[in-house]
Write a protein that binds this ligand. Structure first.
Ligand code: PEP
Length: 263
């Protein structure tokens, strides 16, 4: 269902009216995790300045360590809804288990399935039935074929509003958190009609890598990028080291506008 054999033309997925697909360059930005109303609102203002049309932010955080910040849960979803009402930006947020799909879908404009859950088949089927567009991140140890098969589980439930997100894979290299597999973008775009975006924040794991990796993503033809921003990354409860701040935002928006087909 997601292959170009089945559907030769590349698809456009709309999230609260915002298109993601060929001929557009959609920026999704926001904090890694929702912490407070003020932090989320400030991050949304920064996201806007970076050229973002969609706001990201995790209320349910899938952390490697059970002792790390796990997110605010439903209280975080309420904050995202409040910030959407204030800014008009549709919200992309992660859902981490089938039991909370209905709850998250009640607040989100797009449901994110994270790298750790790419092959959680019960979750894929549940988001496929939730009636919302889905952002499917690539598993950090998944091949492109496995990623497309994961998308197939969502599509089988009648939902073809799926956007693929390359976010780095695990390799022998330890200089970056993960290795951004930039070639996966054109490969996935040739095999599948679905839009493909890149997350340079989670792949590099460090602020200074985000803009260069975003440039690479746009140059290779990604349909968008998703980046972390934070008003005070030194106090961030999650992944502050990769969040863009102040001047970075300006540099990012210039880089994006130079490479964008429409901005
Ligand atoms: C995220 O985008 O918040 C996230 C946790 O990303 P990933 O699943 O790619 O690690």
């Amino acid at each position: 269902l997601v292959s170009r054999e089945h559907h030769p033309a590349r698809s456009v997925v709309r999230v609260g009216g915002v298109p993601i697909g060929p001929d557009t360059l959609t920026v999704i930005a926001g904090p890694c995790a929702v912490e407070t109303v003020e932090q989320t609102l400030e991050a949304a203002v920064m996201a806007r300045a970076a050229g973002a049309a969609l706001l990201r932010g995790g209320a349910f955080k899938p952390r490697t360590s059970p002792y790390a910040y796990q997110g605010l849960g439903e209280a975080g979803l309420r904050i995202l809804a409040e910030v959407r009402a204030e800014t008009g930006m549709p919200v992309v947020t992660e859902v981490i288990d089938p039991a909370s799909v209905e709850l998250v879908a009640g607040y989100a404009d797009m449901l994110q399935v994270g790298t750790r859950n790419m092959q959680n088949f019960a979750l894929l089927q549940a988001v496929g039935s939730a009636g919302k567009p889905v952002l499917l991140k690539r598993g950090f140890a998944a091949t492109v074929d496995e990623w497309l098969m994961a998308a197939e589980y969502i599509a089988q439930r009648g939902n073809l509003d799926i956007v693929l997100c390359e976010r780095g894979i695990r390799t022998f290299e330890t200089a970056t958190r993960n290795t951004l597999d930039i070639s996966a973008v054109p490969v996935a775009q040739r095999r599948s009609h679905l839009p493909v975006i890149v997350d340079p924040s989670h792949s590099g794991g460090r602020r200074e890598l985000v803009i260069p990796l975003a440039r690479a993503a746009l140059a290779v033809g990604a349909d968008g990028v998703m980046i972390d921003v934070h008003p005070a990354p030194e106090r961030a409860l999650c992944d502050g080291a990769q969040a863009l701040v102040g001047e970075d935002i300006r540099e990012f928006s210039i880089a994006a506008s130079i490479l964008s087909p429409v901005m």
